[in-house]
Design a protein around this ligand. Structure first.
Ligand code: XUL
Length: 534
C-alpha cells in the first residue's frame, strides 16, 4: 500500500482532515463540527461572543476533544494510520493557546488508555483562547504602534500595522487583565502550532508564516522583534519558543498516537501554519501568481519577492518559500455587492447581467462607481458613489452602466491594493481566480482586462487542508526542490486558462486606475470627516 499524507485544518467552525497519496489523489476526508458534534461547549459557529460583542474566544479544550473525536471517527471507518508517512496542517490565524506550567510533561507522557481531552483538560492557564474575530484590543494597538514609531513602522517590522486580532496585542491584553493566568503560562501556541503539538506530543514551534500574524515577528530577520516582545509581555520570548520555517519537520508522531491509532513510529509531523498561508499552498501556485478569491468577501493573495509594507493589506512570510513573501488583501464588499446590482439592474439573472455588460465598452465611457454596502476594510468607507466622465458625482447610472461600473470599480480597487502590497505584473504573471464568482466568465473578462494578464480558474475545495497534505509531501522532498515541481497536480486539477486580456485596453485602464485612486481618496476623506463630525 502506498504512503498517505494527512492535512488537518483547525478552522473556526470545524476540524477537517484530508488524506492524499503520493500522486496527490484525495483518498479520504472527514471532519468534526464544533457546534453540532460538541454542543456541550455552547459555541456559535465555533466561537463564544462575549457580552461586549467585541471579545471573541473559543474554549481551548474543545479543539482537543474535537481531535479525539476526529481520530476516533477515522479509526471506526477503518482508516489505516500505518500508511501515513507525514502530516501537517493549519489553524485559523491569530488565535492563541496558553499552556499551564507543567503541561509539557503531561503532553509528553499521554497514556493510550485515555483520551487526550481527559488528560489535557486542566492543562491551560487561560481556558478561553482569543481568536481572530476578537476586536477588543484597540487601546493595545496604540501602545504597540506608539512604541515602534507608528503603524507604518510596525508594518515595516512585522508585515502588518496593528490589528485587534493579532496575537501580540491579545497577549498584551491578557498580561493587563489576567496577570495570574499569564504568569502561570509556560508556553503560548498559535492554533496552528497547537494542532501540531497535539500530534507531536510536545510543544511544536510556531512557523514564520503564521507567526507573521502576531505583530511580533520581524518578517525580514525571521526572529521575534525584541521591541515588540518587550511591549507585549514580560518573559515572552521564552513562552513563544523559536520560530521555524513552515516546511520544517518538527519531529515524529507522539507515542500516544502510535499506540492508540496505529500510526507508524517514524511518521513525520511538519510545522503547521495559518489557514490563509495553507490555502496558498493548497492552490499549488507558481512563483509570482496572483490569486483572486471571489467569495462573499474578495481576497487577493500575492506571491511577492519582497515585503512592501503598507497600511493596507498584510504581509506574511511565504509558507512555500521562506525567502519570499505572501501579501493578502481582503475586501468585505465582494459577491454580495455584485449580486445586489444583478438583482436591481438585471432582474435577478446573471445571464442578463452578462448580456448588459456587453452593451458598454471597457472603461464605461468614463463612468466610475464605488460600491461599499458594508463598511469596507480598505478604504475605510461605506456607501455608494457614482461619477461621470467629468468626475462629477451623479445620483444614478443607467442599468447597463451600473453593471459595468460595479465590476470595474471593484477590480480597479483589487489591482490598486495589490500593487500597494508589492504586486508587479510581468509577462509570466497569472491571475488565478477561485471561489463562487469565478464561474462567471464576464466577470473574469473584466479582471483580465484590468490586470492586463491571462486569468486562470481553479476550483479547489478545502484548499487549506489540502495545503497541509501538499506541505507534508514537500517537506520530505529533497532539499532545494521547487514546490511547483514536487506539487504538480494531475492536469484535470490544474488551473485552466479561461480568459485572455483584450489587446490595447491598458490605454483605457491605466488612466482610469489613477482616476479611481483620486476618487476613492476623495470619497474616503469626506466620509471620514462626516463620521468625525457625528
Ligand atoms: C486572516 C484572518 C482570518 C482567519 C480565519 O487575517 O483573520 O482569515 O485566518 O480564517
Amino acid at each position: 500500500m502506498s504512503d498517505l499524507f494527512l492535512g488537518f485544518d483547525f478552522s473556526t467552525q470545524q476540524i477537517k482532515v484530508i488524506a492524499v497519496d503520493g500522486d496527490l489523489n484525495v483518498k479520504y476526508d472527514e471532519h468534526v463540527k464544533f457546534d453540532t458534534d460538541l454542543p456541550e461547549f455552547g459555541t456559535e459557529n465555533g466561537a463564544h461572543i462575549h457580552a461586549d460583542k467585541i471579545t471573541v474566544t473559543a474554549p481551548t479544550v474543545m479543539w482537543v476533544k474535537a481531535l479525539d473525536l476526529l481520530l476516533d471517527k477515522m479509526k471506526n471507518a477503518g482508516f489505516d494510520f500505518s500508511r501515513v508517512a507525514a502530516m501537517s496542517g493549519d489553524g485559523q490565524q491569530h488565535g492563541s493557546v496558553y499552556w499551564k506550567k507543567g503541561a509539557r510533561s503531561i503532553l509528553q507522557n499521554l497514556s493510550a488508555d485515555k483520551s487526550m481531552y481527559d488528560q489535557l483538560k486542566d492543562s491551560f492557564a487561560i481556558p478561553e483562547s482569543p481568536i481572530w474575530m476578537d476586536a477588543s484590543t484597540s487601546s493595545h494597538i496604540k501602545t504597540l504602534e506608539g512604541a515602534v514609531g507608528g503603524p507604518l513602522e510596525l508594518a515595516k517590522i512585522t508585515g502588518s500595522r496593528g490589528f485587534e486580532r493579532y496575537t501580540g496585542l491579545q497577549i498584551m491584553k491578557i498580561v493587563e487583565t489576567n496577570r495570574e493566568g499569564y504568569n502561570n503560562t509556560e508556553r503560548i501556541s498559535l492554533v496552528s502550532s497547537f494542532g501540531a503539538s497535539l500530534l507531536l506530543g510536545d510543544y511544536a514551534p510556531i512557523d514564520y508564516s503564521d507567526g507573521s500574524g502576531m505583530n511580533l515577528l520581524d518578517i525580514n530577520k525571521k526572529t521575534w522583534s525584541s521591541t515588540c516582545l518587550e511591549v507585549c509581555g514580560p518573559g515572552l520570548a521564552a513562552r513563544l519558543g523559536d520560530p521555524v520555517p513552515a516546511n520544517t519537520v518538527v519531529g515524529s508522531v507522539s507515542q500516544y498516537l502510535v499506540s492508540k491509532y496505529g500510526f507508524r513510529a517514524d511518521c513525520k509531523v511538519i510545522a503547521f501554519t495559518g489557514d490563509n498561508p495553507a490555502s496558498l499552498a493548497g492552490l499549488a501556485p507558481s512563483e509570482g501568481d496572483v490569486i483572486v478569491s471571489l467569495g462573499s468577501s474578495d481576497t487577493v493573495f500575492l506571491w511577492i519577492p519582497r515585503a512592501t509594507p503598507s497600511m493596507d493589506g498584510v504581509i506574511f512570510v511565504n509558507p512555500i518559500d521562506q525567502a519570499t513573501f505572501m501579501g493578502l488583501v481582503c475586501f468585505k464588499n465582494g459577491s454580495l455587492s455584485r449580486a445586489a446590482v444583478m438583482e436591481r439592474c438585471a432582474g435577478g439573472s446573471w445571464d442578463t447581467f452578462s448580456e448588459m455588460l456587453q452593451k458598454t465598452p471597457p472603461g464605461n465611457n468614463g463612468n466610475i462607481g464605488l460600491y461599499f454596502d458594508v463598511p469596507e476594510i480598505q478604504p475605510v468607507v461605506m456607501g455608494t458613489y457614482r461619477f461621470d466622465e467629468h468626475n462629477k458625482q451623479v445620483e444614478s447610472f443607467p442599468p447597463e452602466v451600473e453593471v459595468r461600473a460595479i465590476l470595474e470599480g471593484q477590480f480597479l480597487a483589487r489591482l490598486m491594493y495589490a500593487q500597494k502590497c508589492g504586486l508587479t505584473i510581468g509577462p509570466s504573471t497569472r491571475v488565478i481566480a477561485t471561489g463562487g464568482a469565478s464561474a462567471n466568465s464576464s466577470i473574469l473578462q473584466v479582471i483580465a482586462d484590468i490586470f492586463n494578464v491571462e486569468v486562470y480558474v481553479t476550483d479547489v475545495p478545502n484548499s487549506a487542508a489540502l495545503g497541509g497534505c501538499y506541505r507534508a509531501i514537500y517537506a520530505l522532498a529533497p532539499k532545494g526542490s521547487s514546490f511547483s515541481k514536487v506539487i504538480n497536480p494531475a492536469v484535470e486539477h490544474q488551473p485552466v486558462c479561461t480568459c485572455k486580456h483584450s489587446p490595447g485596453l491598458e490605454k483605457a485602464y491605466q488612466p482610469m486606475l489613477e482616476r479611481y485612486r483620486q476618487l476613492e481618496e476623495q470619497v474616503t476623506t469626506l466620509y471620514q470627516a462626516n463620521q468625525g463630525n457625528k
